[in-house]
Design a protein. Structure first.
Length: 50
């Protein structure tokens, strides 16, 4: 992710669409998206568990 951020910027959507690194395939894209979602939920669980 750091390499992708340095090349494309910090916006995850831009990274997914524009970054084509050798170690950033389908699994990496999905893993990072899931990580961001889990982090968002963990920051305010009651918002999502009502």
């Amino acid at each position: 992710m750091k390499r992708a951020q340095n090349q494309v910027g910090r916006d995850f959507v831009r990274i997914v669409y524009n970054y084509d690194g050798p170690a950033f395939g389908f699994a990496s894209r999905n893993y990072y998206a899931q990580f961001l979602a889990a982090r968002e939920i963990a920051s305010d669980p009651m918002q999502y568990l009502k």
